[in-house]
Design a protein around this ligand. Structure first.
Ligand SMILES: Nc1nc2c(ncn2[C@@H]2O[C@H](COP(=O)(O)OP(=O)(O)OP(=O)(O)O)[C@@H](O)[C@H]2O)c(=O)[nH]1
Ligand SMILES: [Mg+2]
Length: 323
């Protein structure tokens, strides 16, 4: 009898997917790698000895990639301590210590989103400024959840921007996932209330709620988010189960300011950092992790659904700094 080595096939293909993920991540991070890998490598290798001067130059590189003052200082202090303890003999030692100190910053933010299947639905509220990537991230997440066997519904809570509802409906059609909407100009909270009621009665696993892009200075729109949260919790006091802030990495240090402001205004439970592929400011992730101390759930490194990845600190640093 011929037996199929199911386990082997499974682990081979898993390995393949993992490698594919990794090379996509590495490719996606090209612009930040140009500074944090290529330039830093040249710097370290071009140096005869590891000294304060080298550390200063390294600090400049980190700042150029928008790692930010505090995170740069943390990394530099770790390297300096290692140097004074005579632990930095070679370029490889330097690399190793650099990676370890970066991991010291990022590892605490590595907390993936756990979808509690007891919640029907598990409600994810997506917020952020205009163009950060909210709707696209919703589409990508919806696809990933669906692929993993969860039933998904989307709520078109951006009733503000023209064509926002259509954009979400387009994703719905493509993925064959229901989109609850009432058209442009409708009251966002009422759209979301209806969507949640419908998801509850249909025993949907995950409801992802789109909202209009807004700045913290737009008081009325920030109040609207508060109202949306209140309306959701009327139907399920434990919801929303995730209030996810979507940040465009291309904003660099400004993304950190947005994170602070949204967190103060409505309370954030997780962050997705998008467009790491289009920017040399990918170092902002270190600032966000160190300053916000919030979970970084996903990172976006490209346009396709596969380019939205669960954030993994070690993998990220490896993709950023490996030769
Ligand atoms: N390269 C790249 N592009 C992205 C990524 N995420 C989103 N985008 C693009 O960013 C643009 C804006 O994305 P949207 O999803 O419409 O942004 P939004 O936050 O919903 O915008 P508003 O609804 O106007 O507030 C689109 O062209 C997306 O394709 C990413 O990780 N990488
Ligand atoms: Mg949108």
């Amino acid at each position: 009898m011929v037996s199929f080595k199911k386990d082997n096939i499974g682990s081979d293909s898993k390995q393949f997917i993992k490698q594919d993920f990794y090379s996509r991540l590495k490719r996606g991070l090209t612009k930040t790698r140009d500074i944090l890998n290529t330039d830093v490598m040249e710097l370290i290798q071009g140096q005869e000895k590891i000294d304060e001067n080298l550390l200063e130059q390294l600090e400049d590189q980190l700042m150029m990639a928008d790692v930010g003052v505090e995170a740069t200082q943390y990394i530099s202090t770790k390297l300096s301590e290692a140097m004074h303890d005579n632990k930095l003999y070679s370029n490889e030692d330097m690399y190793h210590t650099l990676k370890a100190s970066m991991n010291g910053i990022l590892e605490k933010s590595e907390q993936s989103l756990y979808i509690d299947r007891e919640k029907k639905p598990f409600v994810i509220l997506m917020v952020g400024i205009n163009g950060a990537g909210k709707t696209t991230t919703i589409g990508k997440l919806a696809q990933q959840f669906k692929d993993s066997g969860l039933s998904v519904m989307m709520a078109a809570g951006d009733t503000f921007r023209a064509a926002a509802v259509e954009q979400l409906q387009e994703w719905g059609k493509r993925l064959d996932i229901p989109v609850m909407s009432q058209g442009n100009g409708a009251d966002a909270a009422s759209v979301i209330y209806d969507a949640l009621q419908s998801a509850q009665s249909r025993q949907i696993d995950v409801l992802i709620v789109d909202t209009a892009g807004r700045l913290h200075t737009q008081n009325n729109l920030m109040k609207e988010l508060d109202k949306i949260k209140r309306v959701i919790s009327k139907l399920d006091p434990t919801a929303p189960h995730e209030t996810m802030l979507v940040l465009d990495a291309g904003f660099g240090q400004n993304a950190l300011i947005q994170a602070r402001q949204f967190n103060e205004a409505i309370g954030i439970s997780g962050i997705t950092l998008t467009k790491l592929d289009g920017t040399a400011k990918g170092g902002i992730i270190f600032s966000i992790a160190q300053q916000m101390k919030l979970p970084i759930r996903y990172i976006g490194v490209g346009e396709s659904a596969q380019d939205l990845r669960v954030f993994n600190a070690k993998e990220f640093i490896e993709a950023l700094l490996s030769h």
